[in-house]
Design a protein around this ligand. Structure first.
Ligand code: HEM
Length: 407
């Protein structure tokens, strides 16, 4: 799930020293994590004391206490320079430490606040129904390809004021960064090339919005000010770049995991159909149980101790959000999936200053997709004979084929 590589930064943030880089793809931790059914491994990690050190300079924080300690102390555990996916400057705000980080969240938080999300509910529902329309009478679909991949990007088009015709471009740019084909060298080459395309693509749209402002987030970025200062063009591009990485596949992957779960647990599916008002709680419980972003990484800035484990400067700390989400110190019956769970303080959106900016948007998308799907297709199952495939990277189901009766 995690791979650490030595690589030099390029662009305006060049450094002399090579940095350890968190890539988020397979290798190194295969014994510790299982993408298809991770919960037993999480349990083992928690039983091992909640923090382990599998290699020199590499620590895995698993208990809720250890995870909170790391995520809530950005001065000791930085996210700077850890994600390099074709970007030539740090991603904003993920790769920026406090206090500078706060400036960006002050601008961005209001744009993704619950009230803003209320205003797009109908648009989001129309977009998910657009995709369901295409297959509802067929009685089958490849859920991953025909809905989960397309829907979050379609919602982004709306937010950015882009027409439907841009969907293929957005998907191509996103996939070039998130799922480039080939060996690691080829992948890096593709990411660098697509990364440049992303900067050019958004730069051109920002030029248009500058000339002719619209009612969309790109125009809001151009207008936004903190302490009388506007965002520079580079800063806006670095935010847009992160949105492609953070805001699309995360929702896609959650949808595939949720529907794989519901298709294999008809008792849970029936609860949603019988009482759609439980959907918000069902979404929280599925986020906790499936934890689509199973973990993140930080680099230790100095000597420190987490849960009794000494950590040396420069060590990479992998934060197992998935394990923390089944920690019995925090959750009663953590290995049961219960849609009536109260006080579900899961960490699926992370914690501390870098807690997910898009959590309200993601929740809306997930709730609306569950609501509209079950309204229109209440009784469905996994296509017989399908063996689900969980590709490397973020947890997701690649080939979720579902069937239902149309009579
Ligand atoms: C179910 C879907 C999603 C999940 C599970 C998820 C999860 C996460 C997690 C775990 C983090 C913290 C990463 C870290 O601390 O290293 C994060 C950060 C972030 N997410 Fe999400 N995310 C989702 C959807 C979205 C969406 C739709 C957006 C679109 C705006 C978004 C934008 C961001 C941004 C910008 C950050 C960085 C925040 C910062 O550094 O201050 N995410 N997300």
């Amino acid at each position: 799930m995690v791979e650490l590589r030595e690589r030099k930064l390029s662009g305006s943030e060049s450094r002399d020293e090579p940095k350890a880089v968190f890539r988020g793809d397979e290798e190194g931790l295969d014994d510790l994590f299982d993408l298809a059914e991770p919960q037993p491994k999480y349990k083992a990690l928690l039983e091992a004391g909640g923090i382990i050190c599998p290699a020199e300079g590499f620590v895995v924080a698993a208990s809720r206490a250890a995870v909170d300690e790391v995520l809530r102390h950005p001065e000791s555990y930085t996210s700077r320079d850890l994600v390099q996916l074709g970007n030539v400057r740090p991603l904003i705000p993920l790769s920026v430490d406090p206090p500078e980080h706060l400036k960006y969240r002050k601008i961005l938080d209001p744009l993704f606040a619950p009230k803003k999300m209320d205003a797009i509910e109908d648009d989001v529902a129309a977009r998910v129904n657009h995709f369901i329309d295409a297959f509802v009478d067929r009685g089958s679909c490849n859920f991953t390809e025909e809905l989960a991949v397309l829907f979050p990007s379609a919602v982004f088009l709306g937010l950015m004021g882009l027409p439907w015709e841009e969907l293929d471009t957005l998907l191509r740019l996103k996939d070039g960064i998130m799922r480039p084909p080939g060996d690691p060298a080829e992948q890096m080459r593709i990411r660098e090339q697509i990364g440049q395309e992303i900067y050019v693509y958004f730069d051109a749209i920002l030029d248009e919005r500058h000339k002719k402002p619209e009612d969309d987030i790109l125009t809001e970025f151009l207008r936004a000010e903190v302490d009388g200062e506007k965002l520079s063009r580079e800063e806006i591009l670095d935010i847009c770049f992160l949105f492609l990485i953070a805001g699309l596949d995360t929702v896609t992957d959650s949808l595939t995991l949720f529907f794989a779960h519901l298709s294999r647990h008809p008792e849970h599916r029936r609860q949603i159909v019988a009482d759609p008002s439980i959907i918000p709680r069902a979404v929280e419980e599925l986020l906790r149980w499936e934890t689509p972003v199973a973990g993140t990484a930080r680099a230790a800035t100095g000597d420190s101790v987490v849960a009794g484990c000494p950590i040396t400067p420069g060590s990479i700390v992998f934060v197992s959000i998935g394990a923390a989400n089944v920690d019995p110190e925090v959750f009663g019956d953590p290995f049961d999936v219960r849609f009536d769970r109260e006080d579900n303080r899961h960490l699926a959106f992370g914690g501390g200053v870098h807690r997910c900016l898009g959590s309200h948007l993601a929740r809306r998308e997930l709730r609306i997709a569950l609501r509209e799907w079950h309204r229109r297709i209440p009784d469905y199952e996994l296509k017989p004979g399908i063996e689900l495939h969980y590709p490397p990277g973020l947890r997701s189901v690649e080939n979720l084929e579902l069937i239902w009766s149309t009579s």
